[in-house]
Write a new protein. Structure first.
Length: 572
């Protein structure tokens, strides 16, 4: 089992993380004329997930911290996987997290002419050649990390022949996969990335920005560093899997840079979470196969999914700050992310009454037809939040789980001849109940103590249990979607012998359509609003609200406590 980190930040963490320290040292040394320009370079081939949020916070955050700028550059070098939908979603997610790129929105495709010219130059200098081998032949011919590769039979083609073939590749004369352009470096290099890496491949799919202008497209390792250079990027911050690529990044930069300016690549650890997959390929598979309701399904680790579930930008940034940036990979416990949203919503979410699994309570000694308004504090954590009123009447709904016919010793909720307090209201005592033929409780009869109303002199009488409730005559119907972790396995990536789809949690979504909510909640709820359902958890109004049936739809963002960990330890 993978080691789980509850905090993988460097100890002790003082002032700057290691990336910020590098930037600070470069600025102090006057490198690149004292400029700081970072970039966030997403591929527009899917929606961003929380791992990208960590990169966004670094790329934009370090620029903000040191008075620099951060570019948004789309790495649109593979038109077969890219879509304008992804471009727009990425921009929306970055803005939602609280960052902006100003007028610095760029695309790798902006540099296709310059990259093509550089490729022509390298061919003319004998540093690149056209290879006719298949991808399988090239892979086999590259050797292994412990044994050198062998030269391609096409490595010594003449400059004239390579130029002719490359131009014809871009003219569309050859089929996809039939030829590539490779850099001529060193097939015996200890770094596999130096063994004549592919620079260009043939793709005949129209590009979403350049149409059919190009038939050859640059590979990431060739396009990325050069795009950094063309843009004036000073610090190219990326994740640890690019450490072996850095020498190749520098090799291609050397073809352009002089001593006055050059980008510097720095790597940090990526964000991995328990009970989650971060592979865009696997996330796309879940979407395409209908195993989730879309990229913004609240169970997904995508930024739009987290947003729809009710996570806030502040909670995500707080979590990222807590786990920190290091040079070591770790598997972060998702409970840390859940803790961050609990802390944030505890401060901002109004407290309201909602009954998920209602059972009726009739207060037999309360006057029929009478209604009184009780005052509920909106948020004890926020002195400015104020209060609202909630109607109290003879017939109420409480949670079915808050009543037991034969309770155990430490059950402090409602039971025959037992007393409980109704939140902000009276103390009631159970005097009887009815059951149906299957033994389900259908109605609970109680009497109330008129002197026990909260805020009155008699309210000082103590009872052990306090229940939330709604008035049966005044409540409204709502739908609640109870979301939980998408995978039942702690580290799906470790389960090499099983298809990741087999590891999906069958209880990751439960829809409850007969929820009763207080009038205040029904009147004030708008899409995206956050609430704490008393004693249940934090909920957010879903965009499906105002659908055909007119019900407000709430997504459970998170429970009040980490019940998952308790349940897992019980089952282990």
């Amino acid at each position: 089992m993978a080691e789980i980190s509850n905090n993988n930040s460097e100890e002790p963490r003082k002032g700057l993380n290691f990336v910020e320290q590098i930037v600070a040292d470069d600025l102090a040394a006057g490198k690149n004329g004292g400029r700081l320009n970072t970039r966030f370079p997403p591929e527009p081939n899917g929606y961003l997930h929380i791992g990208h949020a960590k990169a966004i916070c670094m790329d934009f955050g370090v620029a903000e911290k040191f008075g620099g700028t951060c570019n948004l550059r789309f790495d649109d070098t593979n038109p077969t996987k890219e879509d304008v939908e992804y471009v727009e979603s990425i921009k929306e997610d970055i803005h939602w997290l609280g960052f902006d790129w100003g007028n610095r929105e760029y695309y790798a495709s902006d540099y296709f002419p310059k990259l093509f010219d550089l490729a022509i130059r390298l061919i003319k200098e004998g540093k690149a050649y056209v290879d006719d081998q298949s991808s399988e032949e090239i892979a086999a011919q590259k050797g292994t990390p412990t044994s050198p590769g062998t030269n391609s039979p096409y490595r010594d083609r003449s400059v004239e022949e390579n130029l002719d073939l490359f131009l014809r590749m871009n003219a569309g004369e050859f089929e996809e996969g039939s030829r590539v352009l490779r850099a001529k470096i060193d097939m015996a290099s200890s770094n596999m990335h130096f063994r004549d890496p592919i620079m260009y491949r043939i793709i005949k799919t129209p590009h979403h920005r350049t149409g059919t202008t190009w038939k050859v497209y640059p590979m990431y390792d060739f396009a990325h560093g050069q795009s950094d250079y063309f843009e004036g990027v000073t610090h190219s911050i990326c994740t640890l899997e690019f450490v072996p690529h850095r020498p190749l990044y520098d090799y291609f930069i050397d073809e352009l840079a002089d001593e006055s300016y050059r980008p510097r690549q720095i790597e940090f650890n990526r964000l991995n979470l328990t009970y989650t997959v971060m592979s865009k390929r696997k996330l796309l598979q879940l979407v395409k196969e209908g195993l989730v309701a879309g990229w913004d399904d609240p169970r997904m680790p995508t930024i739009c999914g987290l947003r729809r579930r009710g996570y806030t930008p502040e909670s995500i940034k707080s979590f990222i700050d807590a786990i920190g940036y290091t040079k070591y990979e770790a598997l972060n416990d998702i409970s840390l992310l859940e803790h961050s949203i609990r802390e944030d919503l505890n401060k901002r979410a109004n407290r309201v009454s909602a009954v998920i699994d209602p059972v009726k309570v009739v207060i037999t000694n309360y006057p029929e037809g009478q209604t009184e308004m009780l005052t509920i504090e909106n948020n004890p954590e926020d002195p400015e939040a104020g209060s609202h009123e909630m109607p109290f009447s003879r017939e109420l709904y409480i949670e079915r789980a808050d009543f037991m016919e034969n309770p155990p010793k430490k059950f402090f909720r409602l039971a025959p001849d037992r007393e409980v307090r109704l939140k902000a209201g009276y103390i009631i005592k159970c005097t009887g109940f009815d059951k149906d033929a299957e033994g389900n409780i259908t109605e609970i009869r109680c009497e109330y103590d008129p002197e026990s109303k909260s805020g009155m002199p008699g309210s000082m009488r103590k009872v052990k249990g306090t229940l939330h409730w709604v008035s049966a005559a005044h409540c409204k119907d709502a739908e609640v979607r109870l979301y939980d972790r998408l995978f039942s396995c702690e580290n799906p990536a470790e389960e090499k012998d099983r298809d990741f789809r087999e590891l999906l949690n069958p209880d990751s979504l439960k829809v409850v359509s007969n929820v009763k909510i207080e009038p205040y909640l029904a009147e004030t709820a708008h899409v995206g609003d956050h609430y704490q359902f008393q004693r249940i958890g934090y909920f957010t109004v879903d965009p499906d609200t105002n659908a055909a049936d007119g019900k407000i739809v709430f997504n459970r963002t998170i429970s009040l406590k980490d019940s998952w960990a308790k349940e897992q330890s019980k089952n282990s």
